[in-house]
Design a protein around this ligand. Structure first.
Ligand SMILES: Nc1ncnc2c1ncn2[C@@H]1O[C@H](COP(=O)(O)OP(=O)(O)OP(=O)(O)O)[C@@H](O)[C@H]1O
Ligand SMILES: [Mg+2]
Length: 232
């Protein structure tokens, strides 16, 4: 069953003087439980596609359905709540708030949900344990290494227990060792915690961690036979 379904999606950005259409009549589907790497040249629309899946942006044409919900049709208010429960987002630059501790950064998404303080604490603890950072809970981001900050951001992405994890170049800023640890963590979240993962990457090693590689090119998924989808 498809957990993610993108149908006939076109995305155009209307600038002051020019239009950019990074995605054109795009069809793309991900089955529940998959770990997909999304590759393609810079500017090919990878981040644009992830943003559509997360409901951070809306398509100009076509539909995006994730976990049975047509994301592209939700109101902004409904979307904020839906996003918290259903998708976790991991950014290349971590996007942690510098004045908050690791614990507080991980707790943020839960503030949108109706939970007791105890329930919140339990979830934050579980998420920090999953990324093996319980002992750094009180540290500020600047007191953590890049790899540790990325793990805090992954803990934040999984804290509300969403089914889908969207990662935009999660190893882009990391050295080999930290990148490998991050990829192993994503694989474990996929296999043990049944997260469906879509990961944008330029890194061939990262792509190897995925079960399937999809190439975006000129706004479309490269057709089969063009070296399109490589099954690991
Ligand atoms: N908010 C926006 N407004 C206008 N144009 C945008 C916007 N976001 C993206 N674009 C344009 O859409 C195209 C695709 O951008 P996108 O960020 O999706 O590429 P990408 O594949 O993620 O590239 P990279 O590998 O460099 O991160 C680019 O030409 C970009 O300039
Ligand atoms: Mg990008």
């Amino acid at each position: 069953m498809n957990l993610i379904e993108v149908r006939d999606v076109t995305k155009t950005f209307f600038g002051a003087s020019e239009e950019v259409t990074p995605l054109r009549e795009l069809d793309f589907a991900v089955e529940r439980g998959e770990f997909v790497a999304l590759m393609g040249p810079s500017g090919s629309g990878k981040t644009t596609l992830l943003n559509l899946l997360a409901g951070i942006d809306t398509p100009t044409h076509g539909s995006v359905t994730v976990a049975g919900e047509e994301v592209s049709a939700l109101s902004p208010r409904a979307l904020a709540r839906w996003r918290t429960r259903n998708v976790g987002f991991v950014f290349q630059g971590y996007n942690l708030l510098p004045v908050l501790t690791a614990w507080e950064n991980v707790e943020i998404p839960l503030l949108l949900l109706k939970l007791t303080r105890e329930q919140r604490q339990r979830k934050v603890r579980t998420a920090l344990q999953a990324v093996t950072l319980e002992d750094r809970a009180g540290h500020l981001p600047r007191q953590l290494s890049g790899g540790q900050q990325q793990r805090v951001s992954i803990a934040r992405a999984i804290v509300a227990d969403p089914e889908v994890l969207l990662c935009d170049e999660p190893t882009g800023n990391l050295d080999r060792e930290a990148a490998t640890a991050t990829l192993e963590l994503l694989q474990r979240l996929n296999k043990e915690f049944q997260k469906t993962v879509v990961m944008v990457t330029h890194d061939p090693l990262a792509a190897k961690a995925a079960g399937r590689v999809v190439q975006l090119d000129k706004g479309r998924i490269r057709a089969p036979g063009d070296g399109d989808t490589v099954h690991a």
